[in-house]
Design a protein around this ligand. Sequence first.
Ligand code: NIG
Ligand code: FE
Length: 413
Amino acid sequence: MSTSILLRRISTLAGILPEGVLRLKGHEMSEFKHLSNAYLLLEGGMIVQFGPDQECQVERADAVIDCSGKMVLPAFCDSHTHLVFAAWRENEFVDRIKGMSYEEIAKRGGGILNSAAKLQAASEDQLFELASERLHEVMSMGTGAIEIKSGYGLTVESELKMLRVIRRIKDLNLIPVKATFLGAHAMPTLFKSNRPEYIRLLTEEMVPQIAEKGLADYIDVFCDKGFYTVEETDQILEAGARYGLKPKIHANELDYSGGIQVGVKHQAVSVDHLEYTGPEEIASLASSDTIATILPSTAFFLGLPYAPARNMIENNICVALASDYNPGSSPSGNMSFILSLACVKLKMLPEEAFNALTINGAAALELGDKVGSITASKSANILITKPVSSLAYLPYSFGAGWIEKVIIGGKEI
Ligand code: NIG
Ligand code: FE
């Protein structure tokens, strides 16, 4: 028989959505619907029912949790991470403190190429161990669904190795995992003077093999100044489309790269980063179903300008927030910190930020029907807070750790 957990006397049960609402756009994001003094029943890994506590007629449950004074929320959906990597890069962090820029470090062979050299030398088992530790770490901080990219392989063999590690992480069945092929993350040194040959390798060797083995759900390109051009991105996304890989791309982190427009042209599920977003980019996003995924911890960590979240919301765009967890530009997968950054730096309201971290993150994973809200028949992925006074207290109390318990698939983490 399946296990059941009954939560009683929940001070505020928030993030409630009716079945069938798979994402929220623009001003819809300002409502994070809630119920005061509620109960919630989880059974067989799913949300089964909820309502006002005084109407609770559940007669038995394997566990009953008293949530007096506490809030219950949907777990976070982190739609952009680079969770598989071989080593941290804190030496580059120190170089940046001393004045070097992220791009200068990349130009001298550091950055992504540094991570690629280390990943190429690591075994599949080592990478799996490291990545599963990180997965447990982020789950304990409230992440209940995740996307993981390749992109530190940069050879046919190592990109496949990375994607097999992601497959093994998926097969742990701890949380829903989506895999993205990011062979076009940086240009390997070997191909610096023969870029078309690497693009050929990507489009004619990597993409077909990855698709044939079913190793990726999406395709990504780092379309930005000093990395991949719009023309190259176009070619790579076209190859992905031939093999059924939808785009989710890195765009406009370092400049007005044209990345947003080329992503929209290819009907990308999301375009991510978006620090450099002007009126043309806004118009392009507003005319599409492409989700604008903002990664504020990268702007924080690299000292970049923040993406214009308010402008996006005013223009009725669907905005998601994600961690970008990686060793170079965002060495943390802590979504509570993203929540605080979104409010403090992007000027998002707490309700907007929560929707961006939950239902819109789920939409950016194409899992809006399975996770990301308190909805009957969705996965029992929830956060129970410590006793708190309001939703706004959560982003306000940055760094303090307001999560008391994480329940994923109906099990306490
Ligand atoms: O999302 N922008 C491109 N890729 C990563 C950084 C990767 C790295 O520095 O290792 C990002 O920020
Ligand atoms: Fe990234």
